[in-house]
Write a protein that binds this ligand. Structure first.
Ligand code: BGC
Length: 743
């Protein structure tokens, strides 16, 4: 009986979803029938709100264009009253009254700014990451935003590229999990909920692989690497029902992503069944001309629509050329209709067609923005993002019984300028909201002890002799020195590539001068990308990698320094030993002459003459104030057949003196395959919490799906044979065993 009721309920639910879909589709078709070609193209035209004169250097009078039905969406750089006025113009004065979508880049928070995305990724806490996007969506929708240009899911293996800060690092498996979590966070279960909005995965595709790490540069790679490394996070987002995808600026195999039929139609629509809408990157349709793949804007329009690009962000190329292209028979109107259908569907699904002012509500905004729960979540994620890279003689947590006077030194110690602490892409975030490191530390340590302060350097890491001398004097009076150094928030992000990825300016001089004093010294490193810390590492007794931690920076850093929070983050990206190693990533191929124990004494090996192959800190690495011991791995059986699975288990013991969390990581290596395979690949992980002295069995299920790869026939399949299995606390610290997949 229970089964029948469950079955009926399921049938009812499925029918309701199908009906809803059919009704939306029917409504879209009915509206489409009423539209002129000009109005249809208007829906594909996405312009800048407020900075309208800069829509590809052409003056646009927004109100009259909206009334003419020439605009489908606006990037919302304006306050609610203006957004409401534009919406009113669309609804009351355009012929069909179709409301506008409002877009924005809400990358790591709307007003409550969370750690930068790369820092969030270090938490390996998917629930906390999803929650941060839930909060961002609540705040953004209360500010009228219905279309978000996030998450960025580009895999980044090159620390020179400034946009490392926006992504989840170098790993494809983990990047895919984070992509799903972020899409769920933004879109929730139902787009019609007033707290959810359209998410956009970007930048499709392979933007993170720009040659030489230089922004907007050429991308060239085999289809195998594209499919294996760069596409899976997009596929994961599509499977999680992401509503929108943004094209990349770069060329892929010589063809700009915005006009790349292989990516947009063959893979995205035909293979993956994407039902949402694609959006160009800012003016990227126009950029076909400087790329040298279109002679003029009209040809660019033709190439983009034919490749499968749906909407035009800011270049007005569709608005100005598509009508003529259709009328003269160059472009089939069916392509325009298909793009319009997709955009209209979201206007219905968001509920805008029924209530165009749904997201424009000052009272909701006032009660939502910077809600105390949001600040708490931002602090929690900041705590979880800080990576403990070094802790000689257990210097941390600070023992306040012994340490009475702390010297807090460094250009970033009390700074909220230059996006310090919040990083790039900060939506509606404000520098004034930031709790600086000095404020956080004074609040936490100031009552029982003393915090002395010296800047040590100006903006951009300019450490003058005077400022260094003053800092040294302050250090001399202290029991412990905390150095806040690294990059300004505005030294990473779009168009912020750096060739020299060591500490900016001459901050190394500051570190050297302080270290000569022989005081125990903690380095707080702020960064939007992996930095080369090889020079300063030996001079610091403890190192905390803080990224840009968001508006609660000072609290989070104080929580970790004091031990109120035991660090548990792991590196989602390799920290190079030397800039000459980049792109460097843990899941590389072995080469025929690996520089390892099998080749001792052999001179002609895969390495450098002047630097080691190894990074300074590997992917997945991160210490805790406690210690975790791993037992050997046990397997439920040593081999399994296709369709079957095995369970790998081990015991993790908290053997230290603090409660803590550990990220247990599982890596697999296909020993002999039809193409050379990475020396190891992350295939699963679990974040577990253990009280001191506690132990837990951790188990992972491994099935054929975990072993699949793009083989020599470009089929996604698993080979029978032996596999190496590694489980541990980083990509380099693990227990291992072998198992076999049988035919
Ligand atoms: C960036 C995109 C962003 C867009 C709109 C572009 O320059 O590449 O990531 O969404 O601007 O702000």
């Amino acid at each position: 009986m229970k089964d029948i009721i469950t079955g009926l309920a399921l049938l009812f639910a499925t029918t309701t979803i199908l009906n809803a879909q059919t009704t939306t589709d029917a409504k879209v078709e009915a509206l489409l029938k009423k539209m002129t070609l000009e109005e249809k193209i208007g829906q594909l035209n996405h312009l800048k709100g407020e900075y309208s004169t800069d829509n590809y250097k052409q003056n646009v009078e927004l109100f009259s264009e909206i009334k003419a039905g020439h605009i489908g969406a606006l990037t919302a750089w304006a306050e609610l009253p203006k957004l409401t006025a534009w919406q009113k113009a669309a609804v009351d004065s355009s012929r069909l009254g179709i409301p506008l979508l409002y877009s924005a880049d809400i990358i790591h928070g709307y007003r409550t700014i969370f750690p930068i995305n790369l820092g969030q990724a270090a938490s390996f806490d998917l629930a906390a990451i999803e929650n941060s996007e839930r909060i961002a969506a609540k705040e953004a929708t209360s500010g009228g935003i219905t279309w978000n240009f996030a998450p960025m899911v580009d895999i980044t293996r090159d620390a020179r590229w400034g946009r490392c800060m926006e992504g989840s690092g170098e790993d494809t498996y983990y990047g895919s999990k984070v992509a799903e979590a972020r899409v769920r966070g933004f879109q929730g279960n139902d787009l019609s909920d007033e707290n959810t909005l359209i998410a956009t995965v970007k930048h499709f595709a392979a933007y993170g692989a720009a040659e030489t790490g230089k922004e907007y540069n050429r991308v060239d790679m085999s289809e195998r690497v594209l499919r294996e490394t760069y596409l899976p996070p997009f596929k994961a987002a599509v499977d999680a029902n992401v509503a929108s995808i943004m094209n990349a600026f770069n060329v892929v195999d010589g063809i700009p992503a915005s006009a790349n039929k292989f990516l947009l139609t063959d893979v995205l629509i035909n293979e993956w069944g994407f039902r949402g809408v694609t959006v160009s990157d800012a003016n990227s349709f126009h950029e076909l001309i400087p790329h040298g793949t279109a002679a003029n804007r009209k040809e660019a329009a033709e190439k983009c629509i034919k490749a499968g690009s749906h909407t035009d962000l800011w270049s007005m190329i569709y608005m100005q050329n598509l009508e003529q292209l259709v009328n003269e028979g160059t472009v089939n109107v069916a392509l325009v209709d298909e793009a319009v259908r997709r955009i209209l569907k979201f206007k219905f699904e968001l509920g805008l067609m029924d209530n165009p002012y749904k997201y424009l509500n000052q009272a909701r905004m006032d009660s939502t923005i910077m809600h105390p729960n949001h600040l708490k979540a931002a602090e929690d994620l900041a705590n979880k993002s800080i990576v403990l890279l070094k802790n000689e003689k257990q210097l941390l947590p600070i023992d306040t019984k012994k340490v009475k006077t702390i010297a807090l030194i460094g250009p970033l110690a009390d700074s909220r300028e230059n996006m310090d602490m919040i990083g790039e892409w900060t939506g509606w975030g404000k520098a004034d909201d930031v709790v600086t490191i000095r404020q956080g530390m004074e609040a936490r340590f100031g009552k029982k002890g003393k915090i002395l302060f010296a800047k040590g350097g100006e903006a951009w890491g300019k450490c003058t002799d005077e400022l260094i001398a003053e800092a040294v004097k302050v250090a001399q009076k202290a029991d412990l020195v905390v150095l806040a150094i690294g990059e300004h928030g505005s030294q990473s992000g779009e168009a912020h590539s750096r060739a020299d990825i060591s500490l900016p300016g001459n901050q190394e001089d500051l570190v050297k001068a302080i270290s000569k004093e022989g005081k125990p010294t903690v380095g707080l490193i702020f960064n939007g990308r992996p930095l080369v810390l090889t020079e300063v590492e030996p001079m610091l007794d403890a190192i905390l990698l803080c990224w840009q931690p968001g508006i609660t920076a000072g609290n989070a850093v104080a929580n970790v320094l004091s031990g109120d929070f035991n660090p548990c983050a792991k590196l989602p990206i390799t920290m190079p030993y030397h800039a000459g190693q980049v792109p460097i990533y843990y899941n590389h191929l072995n080469s025929g002459r690996p520089k390892d124990t099998t080749n001792i004494g052999l001179r002609w090996v895969n390495g450098y003459m002047d630097i080691p192959n190894e990074p300074l800190y590997e992917f997945g690495f991160g210490l805790s104030y406690t210690t975790f011991d791993y037992s050997p791995i046990t397997l439920s059986k040593s081999s399994f057949s296709r369709g079957d699975s095995i369970i790998a288990s081990l015991k993790v013991i908290n053997s230290g003196a603090y409660d803590g969390a550990e990220v247990v990581q599982l890596y697999i290596h296909d020993i002999a395959a039809s193409v050379s395979r990475p020396i190891k690949e992350l295939k699963n992980f679990q974040r577990i919490e253990l009280k001191k002295g506690e132990s837990k069995m951790v188990s992972f299920k491994i099935s054929e799906d975990d072993l699949k790869y793009w083989n020599s026939q470009m089929k996604f399949e698993a080979d029978a044979g032996a596999f190496q299995l590694m489980i541990g606390s980083s990509s380099d610290i693990y227990k291992q065993t072998n198992f076999e997949l049988k035919n």
